[in-house]
Write a new protein. Structure first.
Lengths: 395, 366
């Protein structure tokens, strides 16, 4: 066990820090769940890509930097330290990208990965349907084969980034006679295909972070299928693993929130009291624990290990920690926690560190989605019980 | 940067695990609970032979010359077995304390040279009287007491015969909830001759002892937690109600899944603390307190949930679950209970200019 960074790792950190300090926008961007904010974030992704930091752990040929996972963790730490914008193409860069690397043909890799890395193509997810949520195997949307094309019919919903994205990946039933996990295929669909209708849905925050997507005989070329026909479930499980696990939820995000929470508490210590202090300190400890476990996992992966169902442990831990941190912040803010950004007093006296009271409220609303998306935490607990602990299958 | 253990370290761990599974089953724990002294010299000697007791003893004194990064895994196994012998005080605290005393001068070196080989050989039990612990664990069977008094540290060798022993050391047993850890109020006669360190030097030794004691408890808690979870899983697979194993009910499954989450996020914290203590990292006090808190919370949750899953049978003296529950409770109290460690972490986190936030996790390493 050796927990000291190497000289090369320190140099990498210094390089990333210098670039970020010179390039991170000094004013925060609008939410990427608005049209204007979406394009601001895409412009930031282009800049990041030009600087060579868009996809740190990806191979150079696909627009990445060819760094290892430890360097990626270091980059993420610097990214959050610098207060850089959220990643608008997270579906593409963290979920679909790794999936294409594992299952894509050489032609698909060459076609899609560089466009993902540069965010020229921003992706939406197409998993859920009105009757297929936690029970994803109940998917009904059909893709009927007709020569070199699939003809898509049906509906997806809660498509994250669906409102403004360019492409959607998702599962469709390619075998109409099939049931459950069988007969599904993983397809990549341009959202400007005739027959595709996107209807944005206002989220709890009021913004349109996700959308319903309707398919009325939309034609998609067969070469947009990832892996074999009927192989969709296997591919989707890999994607879900990326989503729950390492790539998307880098610890730096939670360490940053914990740090801001500490700053908030310090600014309100006179009236926040001991109970809140202990909650703040516990949040900080848990964010550190999450970072440590991630470093341990990365060490294991670098030694040739794989992530399996442990991703479910991660997902529960970070999503519940995120909610707890924001709840604690709102408790510290007291009556002001309720103020929206447009309230004249909202920014003035609740500011502590670089975070305003209204950011905590926005963050709280966002954190509440964590235990729901990427497989609800109830599903994760089922997976832990049955696949890790070895308890009998539930009825 | 590599956050993991070597194959050799893991092999030693699994050797100790297999040994304890065989030699320290629940019946053996119960026998020791009921025995007069609470000590088992044969088992102690075998632990020495395996290298557990002398892990931190330099090779020149007959030990393995290892440090906390190795010992943490072995302590985890002693926790898994609910081993009711004074491994924490002797192997985790006294050994490095004697090693460090050995570097303080001729008298210290003589003391280390006298005791370290005996510990490694399984011929000695050491009890620690530390200001952070109100009572002294296993004092009545100790061959050597290292006891703080005022600003000094004393080494007291009670005579082996009962009559003379009580002349030098009086141990008043404090009946407590965990029979696997006998605690005593100790009165002893200290003198200039028994004094081995004083002032700042003694304080440094005691501070280091506190980190090691707390770390060792955290390591044992990991093992005890994992064992309680295993017992609950096993029971939930066997026990049927409504015509099916209770482990197939989500209400039961989710309770145990929570334990697994808490355990797996306590583990890396304990391992990092082991590294910090071994390397004398600047962050070691915070790392150790975090480890003790995280492992203590995991142990407490495991005890609660495992008992709930067992139902009434778990509430009996006959069922073995409480061997580990009592361990988990007492380990959480030894070497600093929750408020003590929480205060240490708070002090660090809330200080002006505290080095917290992304990128600082391993900064205190230097």
């Amino acid at each position: 066990m050796d927990l000291l960074p190497t000289a090369a790792q320190q140099a990498f950190r210094a390089g990333a820090r210098a670039w970020l300090e010179a390039n991170v926008p000094s004013t925060s961007l609008r939410s990427f769940d608005t049209r204007e904010g979406f394009e601001q974030h895409r412009a930031w992704e282009r800049r990041l890509h030009a600087g060579g930091f868009a996809m740190v752990p990806w191979p150079v040929e696909y627009g990445g930097r060819g760094a290892d996972l430890l360097e990626w963790l270091i980059f993420e730490e610097e990214y959050y330290r610098a207060g850089a914008p959220k990643r608008v193409n997270q579906n593409g860069i963290f979920l679909l990208g790794p999936t294409i690397m594992e299952f894509g043909t050489p032609a698909q890799k060459a076609r899609f990965l560089p466009q993902i890395a540069s965010s020229e193509e921003v992706w939406a997810q197409g998993w859920s349907e009105p009757n297929a949520g936690s029970d994803m195997a109940a998917i009904q949307a059909q893709a009927r084969r007709e020569g070199d094309h699939y003809i898509l019919r049906g509906q997806k919903t809660w498509a994250s980034r669906g409102a403004f994205a360019d492409w959607l990946f998702g599962m469709f039933r390619t075998d109409p006679a099939s049931e459950r996990h069988k007969g599904l295929s993983f397809l990549l669909v341009p959202l400007d295909t005739p027959g595709v209708t996107v209807r944005p849905i206002a989220q709890l925050s009021g913004e349109t972070g996700f959308a319903e997507v309707f398919f009325d005989d939309a034609r998609v070329p067969v070469e947009n299928r990832l892996a074999g026909e009927g192989d969709g479930w296997r591919v989707a499980m890999a994607t879900a693993g990326f989503e729950r696990g390492l790539m998307l939820r880098s610890p730096a995000r939670f360490q940053k929130t914990a740090q801001q929470l500490v700053a908030l508490y310090r600014g309100h210590a006179d009236r926040a009291g001991e109970a809140l202090r202990n909650d703040v300190v516990r949040c900080w400890m848990d964010a550190e624990a999450y970072a440590l476990e991630t470093y341990r996992t990365v060490s294991r992966l670098l030694a040739g290990g794989k992530i399996g169902f442990e991703a479910s442990l991660n997902k529960i831990f970070w999503s519940e920690l995120d909610v707890r941190m924001h709840e604690t912040a709102l408790r510290i803010l007291g009556p002001r926690a309720d103020l929206l950004a447009e309230a004249p007093a909202s920014h003035a006296s609740t500011r502590a560190g670089s975070v305003s009271g209204t950011d905590w409220l926005d963050g709280y609303l966002f954190s509440l989605s964590g235990p729901i998306y990427a497989g609800t935490n109830e599903i994760q607990r089922n997976l832990i019980a049955e696949r890790i602990l070895g308890l009998p299958r539930s009825a | 940067m590599r956050f993991g253990f070597s194959d050799e370290q893991l092999l030693l761990q699994s050797t100790v695990r297999d040994f304890l599974r065989k030699e320290c089953p629940p019946e053996a724990v119960r026998r020791l609970w009921a025995s007069e002294t609470g000590h088992d010299p044969a088992l102690w000697a075998q632990l020495a032979e395996l290298g557990v007791l002398g892990a931190g003893v330099p090779e020149a004194h007959g030990g393995l010359g290892l440090d906390e990064r190795d010992l943490v895994l072995l302590l985890e196994e002693t926790g898994r077995a609910a081993l009711p012998l004074p491994v924490v005080a002797t192997a985790a605290v006294a050994v490095p304390l004697l090693r460090e005393l050995g570097e303080t001068g001729a008298a210290g070196a003589a003391l280390a040279a006298r005791w370290l080989p005996r510990i490694a050989a399984g011929d000695a039990i050491v009890a620690i009287g530390h200001p952070e612990n109100e009572f002294v664990a296993d004092a009545a069977v100790a061959d050597l007491l290292l006891i703080a008094e005022g600003d000094a540290l004393h080494a007291i060798e009670p005579a082996s015969d009962a009559a003379n022993r009580s002349d030098r050391v009086r141990c008043i047993r404090q009946p407590a909830n965990d029979p696997g850890r006998r605690i005593y109020a100790v009165e002893c006669r200290t003198s200039a001759e028994t004094q081995v360190a004083t002032g700042a030097a003694a304080q440094r030794l005691l501070d280091a002892a506190f980190e090691r004691g707390a770390l060792a408890c955290a390591a044992q808690l990991l093992g005890a937690t994992e064992q309680m979870l295993a017992l609950a899983v096993s029971y939930a697979c066997q026990r049927e109600q409504f015509g099916r194993p209770i482990g197939s009910f989500q209400a039961v499954q989710h309770q145990l899944a929570d334990v697994k989450v808490q355990l797996e996020y306590a583990r890396p914290v304990v391992y990092k603390a082991a590294w910090s203590v071994a390397c004398r990292a600047r962050s070691r006090a915070v790392d150790v307190s975090h480890a003790k808190l995280a492992a203590g919370a995991a142990g407490a949750l495991a005890a609660r949930r495992a008992l709930q899953v067992h139902g009434a049978i778990g509430y009996t003296w006959e069922q073995d679950l409480h061997l580990w529950m009592r361990r988990a409770w007492s380990l959480a109290l030894d070497w600093g209970a929750e408020p003590r460690h929480l205060a240490r972490v708070s002090e660090f986190v809330l200080a002006d200019g505290a080095p917290i936030g992304p990128g600082h996790t391993f900064e205190g390493a230097a």
